[in-house]
Design a protein around this ligand. Structure first.
Ligand SMILES: *Cc1c(COP(=O)(O)O)cnc(C)c1O
Length: 358
């Protein structure tokens, strides 16, 4: 069977060269005589893979030595708890509520201290990101939490907030899709299943001076200091997931790195939004200024037509275009591994559907 174009929000499409390399090495990795899945995480053959993975990511994102890079488990969601447990020294934090995941992160933060939701677009069904320059931040907050790309609602920050508190960023659905100045953040974390690799892995990039402040009640496994000292291996990590993340980083480097993929991502988004803006049937739902380049949300305005479109698209090998259950409509997730050909094919199909249904 032929591979489809998978527009799933996550787990999402992986780059074909990554899958092919993993397949080639599945049974015997190099001259080790075993699969990566069968290696001890303490063995040199595996720690070599791990070290190369960290080095390649540092290279891709230009991460300074003043930052720790960790590969943890429990997805991005586990960090919703780990963040307050590791950082809430004064039991005070600011959160911007720009979407469902941002909301969940803030709700979890409330279990550990005084959370101020300093801005929210919840009342407007998250169709935009609050204006970061119109917000009153708390200078004494332990951190400010943002979700830089809102996966469900299809919005992204166009500039970063300038608060005194360290910026903690959920970058799950935008990491490695555009250049980020890591030095502007205290913490960047990302569930892997969008732009990094398979699920079950969470990347954490944390400035070293923010490590070592965890509350006494912080579970050892969630304690960044414990994990940093152990090189992400306080217990057995997701060895296979880290290996696939490493293959993704190598693939990204081979095609020119983040700057090169960012240019492709801008082109893909332009193509799709350009069509939506001229369409007589479809329209984009996010406010233009804040449109995501990774998750493109759109509707026809008629739930039956939406469902018919999703079904017909799948029959053409364009799958997982249904919007999140909380918002309906459609969503095309066009992460790094989605080639421009996939978006071209989607737009061509949308034109055809429009001609028959407008
Ligand atoms: C997918 C996603 C999450 C949840 O990630 P898990 O790995 O399932 O915990 C959190 N935040 C954002 C922005 C996401 O896109």
């Amino acid at each position: 069977m032929e591979r489809v174009y998978n527009f799933s929000p996550g787990p999402s499409q992986l780059a074909l060269p990554v899958l092919e390399k993993a397949q080639k090495d599945l049974v015997c990795y190099g001259d080790t005589g075993m699969s990566v899945m069968e290696m001890s995480h303490r063995s040199k053959m595996y720690t070599d893979i791990y070290d190369q993975t960290v080095a390649d990511l540092r290279d891709l994102m230009n991460i300074g030595e003043d930052y720790e890079v960790l590969f943890l488990q429990g997805g991005a969601t586990q960090q919703f708890s780990a963040i307050p447990l590791n950082l809430m020294v004064n039991r005070k934090a600011d959160y911007i509520d720009s979407g469902n995941f941002a909301h969940l992160a803030a709700e979890e933060g409330k279990r550990y201290g005084e959370v101020s939701v300093v801005a929210s677009s919840r009342e407007d069904t998250y169709t935009y990101v609050p204006d970061v320059n119109a917000i009153q931040y708390h200078d004494d907050a332990d951190y400010l939490h943002i979700t830089q790309n809102n996966t469900i609602y299809g919005t992204r920050y166009v500039e970063l907030p300038k608060s005194k508190a360290p910026l903690v960023c959920d970058a799950s659905s935008m990491i490695l899709s555009e250049e980020m100045d890591v030095s502007r953040y205290g913490v960047i974390y990302a569930g892997a299943q969008k732009n990094i690799g398979p699920s079950g892995l969470c990347l954490l990039i944390v400035r070293k001076d923010l490590i070592g402040k965890a509350m006494d009640i912080c579970p050892k496994l969630l304690n960044w200091e414990v994990q940093a000292k152990a090189g992400s291996m306080y217990n057995t990590p997701n060895t296979w997931g880290i290996y696939l993340a490493g293959l993704t980083f190598q693939w990204l480097k081979s095609i020119g790195g983040v700057k090169a993929i960012e240019a492709v991502n801008i082109e893909k988004a332009k193509l799709l939004y350009g069509f939506l803006d001229d369409s007589k049937l479809f329209r984009a739902t996010a406010q233009e200024k804040y449109r995501s380049r990774m998750n493109v949300t759109f509707v026809t305005g008629d739930a039956e037509k939406d469902a018919a479109f999703v079904k017909a698209a799948a029959a053409e090998g364009l799958v997982n275009l249904k919007g999140h259950r909380s918002v309906g409509g459609m969503r095309a997730s066009i992460y790094n591994a989605m080639p421009i050909e996939g978006v071209q094919k989607l737009v061509a199909f949308m034109k055809k559907f429009e001609a028959a249904n407008a």
